[in-house]
Ligand binder design. Structure first.
Ligand code: UTP
Length: 309
C-alpha cells in the first residue's frame, strides 16, 4: 500500500512513500554481560516468563504492520530458527488432546507471526556491521530495526510509533527515552529540538559522552526506522578505536548533522535483556500482568518486599 503525504502549505503530494513492511533484528552479539547464561543459549532466547525475548520483538514487529523479518544470527544460534519453525512432533502430541489445545495454539501461532528469514554475520564486528548484512534483503526499501536484546513493552508498539513518524516527516527515526546521567555515559547523548508531540529533530549524537559532552538526557534505545541510505554511511564508518566495532551510532550521527533524523520519545517500558538486572525487571513486569500467574506473583512479590524491608 502506498501512502501519500501532503504538505498543508503547498496542498500537493510531496512524498510518495511505501509503507514499511520489512524489519531486521540483529541477534549476533556475544552476550558477554550475561555469561554464562548466554554460553549455549543466545541471550535473545532467554525467556521472559513463558516466551523467549526475541518472540516479543517479532510480535511487536507484526503488530506494527511488518510482514517480513530478517534475523541476523551467527554460529550457535540455530535454536532461534527452531523456535519460529513448525514443530511437527510437538504439535502432533498436542493437537486435539483434551486440555492441550491452548498449548498447541501457543506453539503453532509463533511460526505464523511473520515471514522470517535468516542470515549469518560471520564476524562479530558490531551493530553497524550486522545491519550491513541486511542490505540485499531490504532491496532499497525503508525498514525497521529492533535490537535483539531490547524488549519494550507498550500498548502502542514502539516500531509502529517510529513508522508513523517516518511516514509523516519523511526522515529516518530513532527511538529515544530520557536516561539517568550515569546511563547516558554508557549509551549516547542527543542534541534535539521539538518538532511535534513526542517527535523531535535530532541535530547531533555523541557516543558514550563524557560529563561535559552530555547535550541532553535522551539516548537511542533499541529501535530505528532507516532507509537504504544508511548502508553507504555504515560502509564509510571507520571501526571504532575504543571497541574495535562498527557502531551504528556513528552512521546515525552523520544523518543527524545533515538534518535527516528525527528522535521519537517513545511510550513503553524498555528492558535490556543483555543485562542481568534488565532480565529480572522484564520478568517481574510481565509476570505481574500475566493472566495465568499475575495474581499469585503479585502476592509473592508483596510478601517478599515485606521480608526484605
Ligand atoms: P550489544 O552490543 O548490546 O550486544 O548489541 P552484545 O555484543 O551481545 O553485548 P555484550 O557482549 O553483552 O557487551 C545490541 C544488539 O545487536 C546485536 C546483539 O545481538 C544485540 O541484540 N549485535 C551486536 C549483532 O547482531 N552483531 C554484533 O556484532 C554486535
Amino acid at each position: 500500500m502506498r501512502l501519500f503525504l501532503y504538505l498543508a502549505c503547498f496542498g500537493k503530494v510531496v512524498i510518495n512513500m511505501k509503507k514499511i513492511t520489512k524489519a531486521v533484528i540483529p541477534a549476533a552479539g556475544l552476550g558477554t554481560r550475561v555469561l554464562p547464561a548466554s554460553k549455549a543459549v543466545p541471550k535473545e532466547m532467554l525467556n521472559i516468563v513463558d516466551k523467549p525475548a526475541i518472540q516479543y520483538l517479532v510480535e511487536e514487529a507484526a503488530a506494527s504492520g511488518i510482514t517480513d523479518i530478517l534475523i541476523i544470527t551467527n554460529r550457535g544460534k540455530g535454536i532461534i530458527e527452531d523456535h519460529f519453525d513448525y514443530a511437527f512432533e510437538l504439535e502432533t502430541g498436542l493437537k486435539g488432546k483434551a486440555g492441550k489445545e491452548k498449548y498447541y495454539e501457543a506453539v503453532r501461532s509463533v511460526a505464523d507471526l511473520a515471514n522470517i528469514y535468516y542470515i549469518r554475520q560471520k564476524e562479530t564486528k558490531g551493530l553497524g556491521h550486522a545491519i550491513l548484512a541486511a542490505e540485499a534483503f531490504m532491496a532499497g526499501e525503508p525498514f525497521a530495526v529492533l535490537y535483539g536484546d531490547d524488549i519494550i513493552i507498550s500498548e502502542d508498539p514502539v516500531t509502529a510509533q517510529l513508522c508513523r513518524a517516518f511516514e509523516k516527516f519523511g526522515k529516518m527515526a530513532v527511538g529515544v527515552n530520557e536516561c539517568s546521567r550515569e546511563a547516558i555515559k554508557k549509551y549516547c547523548s542527543l542534541d534535539v529540538t521539538p518538532l511535534e508531540g513526542r517527535v523531535m529533530n535530532c541535530h547531533k549524537i555523541i557516543e558514550k559522552p563524557t560529563e561535559s559532552e552530555i547535550m541532553s538526557l535522551y539516548a537511542i534505545l533499541g529501535r530505528n526506522v532507516l532507509t537504504s541510505e544508511i548502508f553507504d554511511l555504515i560502509r564509510a564508518t571507520p571501526v571504532s578505536e575504543k571497541g574495535g566495532e562498527v557502531y551504528l551510532t556513528d552512521a546515525l550521527s552523520n544523518l543527524a548533522e545533515h538534518d535527516k533524523l528525527t528522535a521519537v520519545d517513545f511510550t513503553g517500558n524498555r528492558y535490556d535483556m543483555g543485562d542481568k538486572l534488565g532480565i529480572m525487571q522484564a520478568n517481574c513486569e510481565v509476570a505481574l500482568n500475566h493472566p495465568e500467574i499475575g495474581t499469585d506473583f503479585k502476592d509473592y512479590i508483596i510478601k517478599l518486599a515485606e521480608s526484605v524491608k
